[in-house]
Design a protein around this ligand. Structure first.
Ligand SMILES: [Zn+2]
Ligand SMILES: [Zn+2]
Length: 311
């Protein structure tokens, strides 16, 4: 599993940074890409990657500001012509999403040739998609803006091959049969498979925020605690905490302080304003802890179990 940034900028696009979009590559886990937000020019950004639009099966929209959604109608219209015909797609997002898309498609006479399911989310609910549970949590922005916490299913532990060898079973296709059984027999003796399976492998947890002020209540912090990856906005980067609060955004030192008492594998700071020079951003990135990154377009980050990063 890995995260690809398709848009790391805030508000206005620049030559270097597109507006907000992320791809959670879960091809190995559930044969799909999950798209989070759909900033303008999303289709163009996808063209620079190997991502197949037809493999995007679920989209999560954090909030209805243009820098997070203006690429959505174009992407949805084109998907059918990019191998997506008849392949269903579900979009989750705030109230208003359904009406906005309906009006846009009606007035532009756009017709999709695949089933589109639009589900408007609410605070403190959980969504189930293939191999993931997704918690929905309302943040603090000028309009309803959501955090999505993707929790991968736990996986069965590894087969203890040493133990199997001890009872005389040599490696071969039989190992796969044993792993998929609950009991197995060898030389007339019956065994419980669970005695030969290691501890369950904990699923990964990825917390992706929409635009927000710093939120520091304990319910929120415990929801994102122990994430393998957190994506959070840092629209302000230069000791501008007050300004960030005033405009319902976050400042980098505020985000880092807020997460002091929780654990996480990686923290990706994004939604970076284009008023900062790239040189300043590069220098700042170098000063951050090794598992904290400033996003840039097409940045890719593997999401490992209990990952601790290094640059
Ligand atoms: Zn934004
Ligand atoms: Zn916003």
């Amino acid at each position: 599993m890995q995260l690809t940034v398709l848009g790391s900028g805030a508000g206005l696009p620049s030559k270097k940074r597109n507006t907000q979009s992320y791809i959670l590559d879960a091809i190995d886990e559930s044969n799909q890409y999950i798209l989070i937000d759909a900033g303008e020019a999303l289709q163009h950004q996808i063209l620079h990657t190997n991502i197949k639009p037809s493999k995007i099966k679920n989209i999560f929209i954090t909030h209805m500001h243009g820098d997070h959604i203006y690429g959505l109608p174009g992407f949805l219209s084109s998907r059918a012509h990019q191998g997506g015909e008849n392949l269903p797609l579900t979009i989750y997002g705030p109230k208003g999403l359904k009406e906005w898309l309906k009006v846009t498609f009606e007035i532009s006479c756009s017709r999709l040739n695949y089933p589109l399911n639009i589900i408007e989310v609410e605070h403190n609910t959980q969504i189930e998609i293939d191999k993931f549970k997704v918690d929905v949590h309302l943040l603090d922005h000028t309009i309803d803006s959501y955090l999505y916490v993707f929790r991968e299913e736990n996986k069965k532990g590894a087969l203890n091959t040493e133990k199997l060898k001890e009872i005389g079973i040599k490696p071969g296709p039989i190992y796969a049969d044993i792993k998929n059984s609950s009991v197995f027999e060898y030389e007339g003796i019956s065994y419980n498979t669970e005695d030969f399976i290691g501890p369950e492998i904990k699923g990964r947890k990825i917390s992706i925020h929409g635009d927000t002020r710093i939120v520091s209540d304990s319910e929120y912090l415990s929801l994102i605690d122990s994430s393998d990856l957190i994506v959070h906005e840092a629209t302000y980067l230069d000791n501008e905490n007050e300004k960030a609060h005033q405009y319902f955004h976050s400042e980098i030192s505020g985000v880092l302080n807020n997460f002091n008492d929780i654990s996480y594998g990686h923290l990706l700071l994004s939604h970076l304003s284009n008023r900062y020079e790239e040189e300043f951003l590069l220098r700042l990135d170098g000063e951050l802890p090794p598992n904290v990154y400033l996003a840039h377009d097409f940045f890719q980050l593997p999401i490992l179990h209990n990952s601790q990063g290094s640059k």
